[in-house]
Design a protein around this ligand. Structure first.
Ligand code: PMP
Length: 393
């Protein structure tokens, strides 16, 4: 039956992880895969997670099925984390999902239910899995301009000009914060302008929030999302707890929809039905860890302290690399990296230059020049910058 099935191309990131593991050079640097790393290169289990897990291990007395939406405490604590009371709970429907990936997929399935084949506008550079997830639900991705590659900043005019053509019944996908892969975010003014554009066009925003807490802090990072939620009748949300709780492999995500008053129950039942037809019950363990932490002032404080440490480390690395790049290249374009947010930035490198850095210098990054700031110790910033400047000469 499957003898003619072609092997799909190996996912670029997975291939890069394998190549890095196989590289025997002691001074190799992994700026590729998008996970947080500490100064020792480890992705640790957060202290609050360990404590919450110990509590769950001791107290949990059943692993029987829960509802299709998952643990109610997870849904309400995540609603508060994301929306911060910007809209009444009576306007919010949500379900747990296996990671942010499945949250994106479930929201795409939801769109396809009412608008088969609908257009989803995506920033020209975006998380490489957005396109396949949109296509898998039978929707069409259409790019809008985003990064001004020369300036390393937002192409504001290009973005708003392109999205001016969005129409009612179409969807605009936005990164809540810490844009992957560019590190270029919308300012509060940009979010306000985006709100006005969406109001005018009737297109519906879809906010993907995968790095809340890694930019300017939990509340500031959700500021754009909250502005849209307070202003517009409908907002689609996919959020991930992989990065900010370090729960990557436990698969913790949430698909959430803000609806007009009176429509919540129908939306909640629809989202539950979509879960039923793809995986039925979302995984519980990681979600329970999250609700245990968010619901307990002591654990929450422990979590916030460590999240702050992680954000600070990423920012220290970012500034160190930006400065070293400016010094090594003599160009301010590289200095723009300092103003970007979150774990990622795109360095203006060709695929050939990226390959050369990997082969000659043992510096691993994604083929489009995306670097993960957490993958490097600040003491290596000079090495990275010199190699990058050399390859660009
Ligand atoms: N959206 C974006 C923008 C991401 O970068 C990621 C993780 N790389 C996700 C969603 C999904 O993350 P996960 O499924 O691991 O929670």
């Amino acid at each position: 039956m499957f003898e003619t099935l072609p092997a799909p191309k190996l996912d670029g990131i997975i291939g890069l992880m394998q190549a890095f593991a196989a590289d025997t050079r002691a001074d190799k640097i992994d700026l590729g895969v998008g996970v947080y790393r500490d100064a020792q290169g480890r992705t640790p289990i957060m202290r609050a997670v360990k404590q919450a897990e110990a509590r769950i291990l001791e107290q949990q007395d059943s692993k029987s099925y829960l509802s299709l939406a998952g643990d109610a405490a997870f849904l309400t604590t995540m609603e508060a984390l994301l929306l911060g009371g910007a809209v009444p709970s009576a306007r919010v429907a949500a379900v747990g999902t296996p990671g942010g990936t499945a949250a994106v997929r479930q929201i795409c399935e939801l769109i396809a239910k009412v608008r088969p084949g609908a257009t989803v506008w995506v920033s020209a550079q975006t998380w490489p899995n957005h396109g396949p997830l949109i296509a898998a639900a039978g929707l069409k991705a259409r790019p809008y301009r985003y990064l001004d590659a020369e300036a390393g900043a937002l192409d504001r005019a290009g973005m708003f000009a392109d999205l001016g053509a969005a129409q009612a019944g179409e969807v605009v996908l936005l990164h809540g914060c810490c844009h992957n892969p560019t590190g270029v975010d919308l300012s509060p003014q940009d979010w306000a302008e985006m709100g006005a554009l969406l109001e005018r066009t009737g297109a519906v925003p879809f906010v993907d929030m995968a790095y809340q807490g890694f930019g300017d802090g939990l509340d500031a990072d959700a500021g754009g999302l909250r502005h849209l939620a307070a202003r517009l009748p409908e907002v689609l949300i996919a959020a991930s707890c992989s990065k900010n709780f370090g729960l990557y492999r436990d698969r913790v995500g949430i698909a959430m929809v803000v609806v007009p008053e009176g429509q919540r129950d129908a939306m909640a039942a629809t989202l539950a039905g979509l879960n039923r037809q793809s995986f039925a019950f979302p995984p519980d363990h990681g979600g329970r860890v999250v609700s245990t932490i968010l619901g307990d002032p002591m654990l929450r404080a422990v979590w916030l302290e460590e999240l702050d440490e992680m954000r600070a480390r990423v920012q220290t690395n970012r500034r160190a690399l930006a400065e070293a790049l400016r010094d090594a290249s003599g160009s301010d374009r590289m200095g723009a990296v300092a103003a970007q947010q979150g774990m990622f930035s795109i360095l203006p490198l060709s695929e050939a230059q990226v390959t050369k850095l990997r082969e000659d210098d043992g510096i691993y990054m994604l083929w489009d020049g995306r670097v993960n700031m957490a993958g490097m110790d600040p003491s290596r910033a000079g090495d990275v910058a010199r190699a990058v400047a050399e390859v660009m000469r």
